[in-house]
Design a protein around this ligand. Structure first.
Ligand SMILES: [Zn+2]
Length: 256
């Protein structure tokens, strides 16, 4: 049993093939998916589409790349869903200085607002952080403690150590299977097993041997096998630990 801690199922590329894709995920042993919506429209679509799917849970926030456009416009409506218990986590929120340097201030502002919302609602946060770890940690130092996961981790070993010191979870995506991902492989080997989550970030970042194709939750198996081998443990051991970690962070499914 595996938990895909981060997938975008409401992505437009999936509209036609969603049922087939979810069946494939279940056959592959994916027992739970945390579905990430990055706008109010996506969230509402996902909530109605997956109403009957007790193994799909929901998280939502406006991504750092989109806060300038949608942040203010949709914050209150997303917060309302969180307050009425429709979400299992707040995210993905965070900082992305790789794509959008010019909105640094705004990104930090919304990150703080989402962190406060998560605390209010007793929910964990799902963080996207790219080329911005220094600022991310200084934001964490400014706010009341929150629980969370750094999704699709691509930082340094030092960033990973800092996260673990703060008792955060670290989630590894299919990027780890790419040949040039030596640093991430080092991190995936090092991170304490009780702080590791795995994810597809589907439809992006398909692991080997599917690199370059649209990703989907069933491919999580390949990432899990790769990390198990890296660490010298069995696939079953890795699956059991990462599933237990997901339950610890997100709690049991809200959908059932
Ligand atoms: Zn994502």
């Amino acid at each position: 049993m595996l938990v895909d801690s981060h997938a975008h199922l409401a992505h437009e590329g999936y509209l036609e093939s969603l049922d087939v894709l979810l069946a494939r995920a279940q056959t592959a042993g994916v027992s739970r998916i945390i579905n990430i919506s990055t706008s109010l429209e996506e969230l509402e679509q996902a909530l109605s589409k997956f109403k009957a799917c007790s193994w799909i849970d929901h998280a939502c926030a406006i991504t750092p790349q989109d806060v300038a456009q949608l942040g203010e416009l949709q914050f209150e409506a997303i917060a309302a869903y969180a307050r009425k218990g429709a979400l299992i986590a707040i995210g993905e929120t965070g900082l992305d200085y790789y794509y959008t340097q010019e909105t640094k201030f705004l990104q930090k502002d919304f990150l703080k607002r989402y962190l406060a919302l998560a605390r209010q609602c007793h929910l964990p946060v799902i963080i996207h952080c790219r080329d911005a770890f220094k600022d991310f940690f200084s934001v964490l130092d400014e706010v009341e403690p929150v629980r969370g996961v750094l999704h699709c981790f691509t930082g340094t070993l030092e960033d990973a150590q800092e996260l673990i010191n703060r008792d955060w979870m670290l989630s590894v995506s299919g990027i780890v299977t790419f040949k040039k991902s030596e640093v991430l492989q080092q991190v995936a080997k090092w991170v304490p097993l009780d702080h590791l989550l795995i994810e597809t970030d589907a439809p992006y970042l398909a692991p080997q041997p599917f690199r370059g194709k649209p990703n989907e939750p069933s491919y999580l198996v390949h990432t899990a096998k790769f990390i198990a081998q890296l660490r010298g443990i069995t696939f079953e051991e890795l699956a059991a630990s990462t599933t237990a970690n997901a339950t610890k962070l997100f709690g049991p499914s809200k959908a059932c």
